[in-house]
Design a protein around this ligand. Structure first.
Ligand code: NAD
Ligand code: UFG
Length: 351
């Protein structure tokens, strides 16, 4: 019997932030990996760096296809070349604000792309899927920590794509019990690989807190806008569950192992978070400490649609996946700063 280590995994969106870190860990664990990515929000240089970090043996196990999940010819090329044991599906658009302005772009990309992927998985007899969901499916939770069986809500078109895709996954599995599907609900992924060679490199002005802080620290942006300082929290700023991207990557390996070994998975969701809440002010202070840089701030009104406090219940993932986040905010800021200081313009050498 082929050992688990030689299994082939298709990683959609593998050139992106979470994808690159996960692909590297998969290669380190001995998996064969094929990536399909249309480079809409990423660059090929990121994949080249993963190859370098994986070394000669690891990089031999990596195939990169530039392709779009909405294009069935692209999918045919990928699926006809390799027999996949499982798929990790990261590919998608993720900017909340953009999704409000351009809902059709989000429904087209995230929904059609995923439906095509599922169709090809079925055609080629691969019924094991790990899907990137998000804490966004909890909406503005009435209670915290967020537990997987909470009622699901969506606050914007991006969130609705995640919610719809979770429902679609549940229906697909219900109709054909051979499917094994794990929905991973990420909280707030931050940090970077310890080498500082790969990390998050958003196009344009960052929407999210940590990439914004990072760009202020390297002098690309003048100051951080703090959205809301009158929340009913310990210091007035909003609270989130930040999780190191390497912990997330390991969470995917744990999910794959579960998919390969347990036959009663059905379609089930797991939170990937630390279970700890950190405020915006605390995050700024931690980053200042890690970087030695002062982050100028401007106090601004709340950002519409933001929740006061969101953090994960980690019990289910700990119990059933045997996975627990290892890193705290200090390591997240250390590694994010290492990536930022070595790559102030991300994967580009200049503005
Ligand atoms: P990312 O933008 O860095 O990576 C996504 C990758 O998918 C990009 O490389 C992009 O080029 C590719 N892609 C998009 N549409 C595609 C298509 N139609 N065909 C092929 N490739 C396509 O984002 P990320 O932060 O790595 O997020 C990965 C997944 O995790 C996404 O589905 C996202 O919604 C989800 N997620 C992210 C966060 C976060 O804060 N980063 C939080 C929760 C969930
Ligand atoms: N914030 C600022 N200034 C900024 C950016 C953010 O003060 O420039 C604040 C926000 O108001 C919020 C906190 O920092 O209170 C975190 O904001 P992020 O945008 O980094 O993260 P969110 O929790 O709002 O949302 C992110 C993704 C969602 C995803 C969610 C959970 O954008 O898509 O994490 O995974 F659903």
């Amino acid at each position: 019997m082929a050992s688990e280590k030689q299994q082939s995994i298709l990683v959609t969106g593998g050139a992106g932030f979470i994808g690159t870190h996960t692909v590297l860990q998969l290669l380190n664990e001995g998996f064969k990996v094929s990536i399909i990515d249309n480079l809409d929000n990423s660059v090929e240089e990121a994949v080249d760096r993963v190859r370098d970090l994986a070394g000669r043996d690891g990089s031999r196990n990596l195939i990169f296809h530039v392709g779009d999940l909405r294009n069935k010819d692209d999918l045919e090329k990928v699926f006809s070349q390799t027999r996949f044991d499982a798929v990790i599906h990261f590919a998608g658009l993720k900017a909340v604000g953009e999704s409000v302005a351009k809902p059709l772009r989000y429904y087209d990309n995230n929904l059609i792309g995923t439906l095509n992927l599922i169709e090809f998985m079925l055609n080629y007899g691969c019924k094991k899927l790990v899907f990137s969901s998000s804490a966004t499916v909890y909406g503005q939770p009435e209670k915290i920590p967020c537990v997987e069986d909470f009622e699901l809500k969506a606050m914007n078109p991006y969130g609705r794509t995640k919610l719809f895709l979770e429902e679609i996954a549940r229906d697909v599995q219900k109709a054909d019990p051979e499917w094994r599907i794990i929905l991973l609900r990420y909280f707030n992924p931050v940090g970077a690989h310890i080498s500082g060679q790969i990390g998050e490199d958003p196009k344009g002005i960052p929407n999210n807190l940590m990439p914004y802080i990072q760009q202020v620290a390297v002098g690309r942006l003048p100051e951080l806008n703090i959205f809301g300082h009158d929340y009913p929290t310990k210091d007035g700023s909003a609270i989130r569950d930040y999780i190191h991207v390497m912990d997330l990557a390991d969470g995917h390996i744990a999910a794959l192992r579960k998919i390969f070994t347990a036959d009663d998975i059905g379609c089930t969701a797991y939170n990937l978070g630390t279970g700890c809440g950190t405020s915006v002010f605390e995050m700024v202070a931690a980053f200042e400490k890690a970087s030695g840089k002062k982050i100028p701030i401007k106090l601004c009104p709340r950002r519409p649609g933001d929740a006061t406090a969101v953090y994960a219940s980690t019990e289910k993932a700990e119990k059933e996946l045997g996975w627990k986040a290892r890193y705290g905010v200090e390591e997240m800021c250390r590694d994010q700063w290492n990536w930022a200081s070595k790559n102030p313009w991300g994967y580009h050498s200049q503005p």
